[in-house]
Ligand binder design. Sequence first.
Ligand code: NAG
Ligand code: NAG
Ligand code: NAG
Ligand code: NAG
Ligand code: NAG
Ligand code: NAG
Ligand code: NAG
Ligand code: NAG
Ligand code: NAG
Length: 644
Amino acid sequence: MYITNSIPNCFLYTIENINFLKMKVSWCFLVISAICAAIIEGQPSTQGFTSIDCGAPSGTTYKDSTGILYVSDDSYIDTGKNYKIDPKYGSASNQASTLRSFPNETRNCYTLWNVTKGEKYLVRATFLYGNYDGKQMSQHSTPLQFNLHIDVNLWRTVNITDASREYAHEVVTVAANDFIWVCLEDIKAGTPFISALELRPLRDNLYPLAFPNQSNAILFRLNYGPTKSVTIRYPDDPYDRIWPWYQYDTTMLKSISTTARFTRYSGDQFEAPYSVLQTALTPVSSSNLTTVSYDAPSNNPNFPGYYVVLHMTELQELSENQSRQFDIYLNDGIWASSLMLPYGMAYYRYDNVAEHYSNIKFTLVKMSNSSLPPILNGMEVYWAVTMEVNQLTSAGDVMGIMAIKDDYNIIRNWNGDPCSPTMFSWHGVGCNTDEPPQITSLDLSHNNLSGDIPEFLGEMPKLQVLNLSGNHLNGHVPDTLIKKNKFGLLLLLIDSCTACEDKSNKNNLVIIAIAVVAVATVAVAVGLLLFRILGRRRRKRGSGEQEMQIHNEVKKFNHEELNDMTNNFLRTIGRGGFGIVYHGYLENQIEVAVKVCSLESTQANKQFLAEVRSLSLVHHKNLVKLVGYCKDGANLAVVYEYLP
Ligand SMILES: *[C@@H]1O[C@H](CO)[C@@H](O)[C@H](O)[C@H]1NC(C)=O
Ligand SMILES: *[C@@H]1O[C@H](CO)[C@@H](O)[C@H](O)[C@H]1NC(C)=O
Ligand SMILES: *[C@@H]1O[C@H](CO)[C@@H](O)[C@H](O)[C@H]1NC(C)=O
Ligand SMILES: *[C@@H]1O[C@H](CO)[C@@H](O)[C@H](O)[C@H]1NC(C)=O
Ligand SMILES: *[C@@H]1O[C@H](CO)[C@@H](O)[C@H](O)[C@H]1NC(C)=O
Ligand SMILES: *[C@@H]1O[C@H](CO)[C@@H](O)[C@H](O)[C@H]1NC(C)=O
Ligand SMILES: *[C@@H]1O[C@H](CO)[C@@H](O)[C@H](O)[C@H]1NC(C)=O
Ligand SMILES: *[C@@H]1O[C@H](CO)[C@@H](O)[C@H](O)[C@H]1NC(C)=O
Ligand SMILES: *[C@@H]1O[C@H](CO)[C@@H](O)[C@H](O)[C@H]1NC(C)=O
């Protein structure tokens, strides 16, 4: 059973003013009793959950004891190999009895597809070694270690020292795309593997310190109060967070509990499950309650600090002459003072602990005029994981190349982000260093590809080199590719392509595009200049006429000037799909290459300008300068600096 969270107008984050609080709380109770009629019986929804049992045989689906549907991982990854753990290591959960192991590639990624950009999710990865490979990793050998990444960011190092323990790591993250990558990186300390991967949508207001640029990775989460081992998760926790119990020293602490139904402020940003809040620990005789202490993880150089949440809910209805009031210390400094908890209301304190203490603990200290000692129901500690959202390859390119991968069923190391981090970029994929990076070259040569060339190849805006040689692609070539190729925006290498003209050497590898040596660099060359132009154009918007959108520094020539420049088109230095390239001189004796467009018709005319403008989309380090262009009646040409 669980209560809807839509209790109107009971906002309350910090308790500073006790009188105000009492008034507010009693008012809330009125509202809540009315809302009790709306209590939902049965289990919370699992809509949007993705629950992957890694290494389970292809096609496996089952509901585990929590009622959540688990599926095998084969539609989320295409590398690695399935194993079963050694049965003598046992396993509390089904999911942990199989795993997928990754002996080959340095990085292997799962793609979680059922994700909406900008929404918040809990991602959990679980690892149980269980001697699956018979190598008997034991507590005494070197720990088995590998890195876990979320998208292109290091989430944490997995450190496995106990072969029979289930290690579960969680992160709260805001999706940067309509998918999330979870990657395992081999760091030469054993073969990476994974037992289960789970994704749970979170309400947007939960974990307010998780942003698109910053995820929250969990250090630990504990349920204070149970007297014996119990782990709370779904359905008690509608978000399926895992709340292990805190094993306490019974000479120091004692458990108190209630079965009373609790309520929540509607702005609750953590929504600890009621079953966690219904138990608490309190000191036996001392006036102090000290939490577990913890150290900073050593593997995070840019460590921005911890987020700590202390869940404290009053379980006892206090009589007139009773009071519970306490301060909270962070190590020796005061962190929160004079707390007085409202009965039956889920209450918490959270904050950023940015200081670089080597060791952190909290102490709840009874105030001298309080009759009862402090209580603690639960605790969560997170650290901030910086998310390099600008390093993620442009979403359009990713979608395109993913589709190509699926279409051609390409299984290489093609997983995770295509461009980032650079050391893991896909084989055959070249990227620029923009933010976000975009794909500039794609080598699909000798891949036994057949049939048509997919349309989306034409939709990668910065693709400049597409190598399809050594395949059996004899079908349709997308118009966009042919067009880009003709305009010198793309170097297309393909064994045969009737639509790409040049029927004479059909059987050889035909290099279409700018087939001419001197001008081969032109396509890329134009780019950077026009890129600059674009930059200036932004500063100097709305210059009216279409042609004027090409920057001033790029001269507009008429046909006569081209004539002079090239000495009546005397010296041909190249010939491409686009037209003939002539050698020439500017007035200041700078050598130029003049590329004359042989296309006719007004359509071609429009396209020409459009393409010259869109050249600004291309940029490259090895560029030559675009000097100008000519659009004089039917005469179209571009003039570049000539680099012999
Ligand atoms: C994806 O999530 C939506 C709701 O968020 C759900 O309706 C749908 O069934 C999910 N699809 C899969 C394949 O899990
Ligand atoms: C790893 O590579 C070897 C050799 O190329 C291959 O035989 C094996 O199937 C690969 N294993 C996996 C899990 O991909
Ligand atoms: C790995 O875990 C072991 C045992 O918990 C610990 O001693 C060791 O310091 C850990 N190593 C790292 C790099 O965290
Ligand atoms: C991260 O995002 C938050 C919220 O959007 C913003 O306040 C903060 O300045 C950003 N931090 C960095 C380092 O960009
Ligand atoms: C309780 O904690 C406070 C703050 O850390 C400390 O000053 C005090 O000595 C502690 N008292 C006891 C009895 O441990
Ligand atoms: C508190 O009041 C109750 C009656 O309401 C009384 O029985 C009890 O002894 C009082 N306790 C203290 C500590 O004063
Ligand atoms: C305890 O003392 C503080 C001031 O030190 C006061 O604000 C608070 O109301 C007192 N609490 C009780 C229960 O009397
Ligand atoms: C290439 O593809 C054809 C059919 O598409 C297949 O029969 C052949 O085995 C493939 N060759 C290689 C080397 O993969
Ligand atoms: C295209 O692929 C072929 C065969 O792999 C290779 O020889 C050639 O250098 C590639 N060309 C470009 C421009 O990448």
